[in-house]
Design a protein around this ligand. Structure first.
Ligand SMILES: C[S@@+](CC[C@H](N)C(=O)[O-])C[C@H]1O[C@@H](n2cnc3c(N)ncnc32)[C@H](O)[C@@H]1O
Ligand code: SF4
Length: 358
């Protein structure tokens, strides 16, 4: 039985220069209408009891607490459910966070990216270090005891010293969970255009690897468990919702452009607002692509290896051979008939994953 739902909110105050997530800026007037259609879409699915609910984006914290209330009123969950809201600091204050808490949100994922004001400006973020830190403390004051912080690294002009400073501030804040992503250069973004024009230069692979090593050493020394390639948590604070993706479990995805995995099908929703509204208004699911997933699919091994302490145990000869070859190259280790990424393998994870693809 499916017990997870992802809810996509495709609106942002302003588009960050590096980001190609499906979101629109300057469309706040559309939010009421969007939420109405979102609720209709939710009600096209059977009433499941959700163990995890995830508001992602875009910027879900652009919604008012009333919107969040309305959406949650249309979902079944229980007092132990994990209900996460992604927050961009620029969109919230103490009162709004308190109201989010009252509406049932019990986990925040705050997009901070860096505490360095020059880097934040370069990224096109609208907040500075002070706003990032005050948002974190406001969230604590509002009663959130499960907070995740997003940071990024391998950003042009970012040095190991800047990264070190980010990590030290983070350590003092002491969040329960940290997601830390290396910058991906996405075609179609302002960053991509600046790279093409040689205005911005990607950092070298060596510096990126040094940064990643620094992050792992620093956070693991400070009692964070490195449980997924880009994710660290205090004990028992792993992201329950995201872990379901990595464990290849089914989940419903609602909202514009959302992906889901439901009744053995992986699916994707339409990406155009008028189409999304149109299909929902005739009481249909706004799905554009649907693909049945073979249980032996390599996908689950790739996802499974991302969870560093869980490991995978393939039964098919083909995948056992791939794993054993990767053990010889010291990218994987075999313990109790389970394969795990080694320390070296973590740094070459993308190359390792490619081996599983036909
Ligand atoms: C949907 S956003 C989080 C919430 C909110 N929109 C915000 O940015 O504050 C998810 C996260 O993806 C990461 N991200 C987005 N684009 C990225 C890129 N091109 N490379 C690496 N990480 C990226 C950022 O860390 C961001 O916080
Ligand atoms: S990083 Fe977050 S706030 Fe910035 S454009 Fe992407 S989704 Fe919007």
């Amino acid at each position: 039985m499916v017990d997870a739902i992802y809810i996509h909110i495709p609106f942002c105050q302003r588009k960050c220069y590096y980001c190609d997530f499906l979101s629109f800026s300057n469309m706040n007037d559309e939010i009421d209408n969007y939420v109405e259609h979102l609720i209709k879409e939710i009600n096209l699915y059977p009433k499941y009891n959700f163990d995890t609910i995830y508001f992602g984006g875009g910027t879900p914290s652009l919604l008012s607490p009333k919107h969040i209330n309305k959406i949650l009123e249309n979902l079944n969950f229980n007092s132990n459910s994990e209900i996460t809201l992604e927050v961009n600091p620029i969109t919230v204050n103490y009162d709004k966070l308190k109201q989010f808490k009252n509406s049932g949100i019990n986990r925040l994922s705050i997009g901070i990216q860096s505490f360095d004001n020059k880097i934040l400006k370069l990224l096109g973020r609208l907040h500075d270090d002070k706003k990032a830190i005050s948002t974190y403390y406001d969230a604590r004051k509002a009663g959130f005891d499960n907070i995740s912080v997003d940071l990024m690294f391998a950003i042009p002009n970012q040095t190991l010293k800047i990264l070190n400073n980010d990590l030290n501030i983070l350590k003092n804040l002491n969040p329960e969970h940290i997601s830390i992503y290396s910058l991906i250069w996405e075609e179609g973004t302002k960053f991509w255009e600046m790279k093409e024009k040689h205005i911005l230069m990607p950092l070298s692979n060596e510096i990126e690897a040094d940064m990643y090593k620094k992050i792992i050493d620093f956070l693991t020394k400070n009692n964070y468990i490195h449980y997924e390639i880009s994710n660290f948590s205090k004990q028992n604070f792993e992201a329950r919702h995201n872990s379901k993706y990595w464990e290849n479990k089914e989940y419903i995805g609602v909202g514009l452009g959302s992906s889901g995995y439901y009744n053995r099908f992986r699916y994707k929703n339409v990406c155009f607002l008028d189409k999304y509204y149109g299909i929902i208004n005739i009481s249909d699911l706004p799905i554009i692509e649907k693909e049945i997933i073979d249980k032996k699919d390599s996908f689950k091994y790739i996802l499974g290896l991302r969870l560093l302490n869980k490991g995978i145990s393939p039964r098919e000869d083909k995948y056992i051979k791939i794993c054993n070859d990767l053990v010889k190259k010291e990218f994987l280790t075999n313990t109790n008939n389970k394969y795990f990424l080694t320390k070296k393998g973590i740094f070459y994870a993308n190359d390792v994953f490619l081996e599983f693809i036909d």
